[in-house]
Write a protein that binds this ligand. Structure first.
Ligand SMILES: *Cc1c(COP(=O)(O)O)cnc(C)c1O
Length: 227
């Protein structure tokens, strides 16, 4: 088993170095540890090393880990594809959702989010690499969706998320991150109080931070490769 505490420290060092190279404050960049497919014991180990925010892609798997770890205070982020029949569980059990790409899902999430909990933090996923299988909306309908989501009572629109095509060149990935940052800036100019640019994974966190990322989602470089 990899040493998770050491791996986390290395990732923090990479974030700090990338921030410094970009003339940014490393404290502006949050680390989301992506624990999909990894057992609760590994999440516990990361928690003991100070990590508090974890990302999961599959609702059922996530719920069973939440159960196993219910003695810990964890900020759970749902980063998988959203399915209509899962919006109730997502709204009830997660603090954040990163892959919002349908108004219908947003309405359901808002409806199911309990009044006693803080609003569900959301990022809208934008598809900038032209691949349709991965989800995300086209950039031209973003302003309309963002305005509509921001008006839903139980959601807090925090920002934008993207997944670049992993087979693309470094230049293409950098381009995607820059485009997302540009869209983020435009929405903020329109008055939306966004603070989160969710972009960057194990292989490209430096490029994402150079383009303005405020939350990197790291799995492999913390927990090791997935089977
Ligand atoms: C799996 C996953 C990650 C983590 O990717 P790594 O390359 O393992 O760091 C980040 N974001 C999303 C949406 C994912 O599905």
């Amino acid at each position: 088993m990899p040493n998770i505490a050491q791996a986390l420290e290395k990732v923090h060092e990479r974030i700090a170095a990338a921030a410094q190279a970009a003339g940014r404050d490393p404290d502006e960049i949050r680390l989301l540890a992506v624990s999909k497919t990894k057992p609760p014991e590994m999440i516990r180990e990361a928690w003991e090393a100070g990590q508090r925010a974890f990302g999961e892609n599959y609702v059922k798997e996530a719920l069973s880990k939440m159960d196993a770890l219910d003695d810990l205070v964890i900020e759970w982020h749902y980063i998988g594809r959203i399915q209509g029949n899962k919006t109730r569980d997502i709204a009830r059990h997660f603090a954040w959702v990163h892959g919002l790409d349908k108004l219908k899902h947003a309405r359901q999430l808002s409806e199911y989010r309990g009044e006693s909990r803080p609003p569900l933090n959301c990022c809208i996923q934008v598809n900038l690499s032209g691949e349709h299988s991965k989800g995300g909306i086209e950039a031209d309908i973003l302003p309309e969706l963002a305005q509509a989501v921001s008006r839903l009572p139980r959601l807090e629109l925090r920002g934008l998320m993207t997944l670049p095509d992993p087979s693309g060149s470094r230049e293409e990935q950098a381009e995607v991150f820059e485009q997302l940052a540009e869209l983020f800036g435009q929405l903020r100019k329109q008055g939306l109080p966004l603070d989160t640019l969710s972009m960057g994974m194990s292989g490209d966190l430096e490029l994402a931070i150079a383009a303005g990322s405020t939350m990197v989602r790291i799995g492999t470089d913390i927990f090791g490769p997935r089977n």
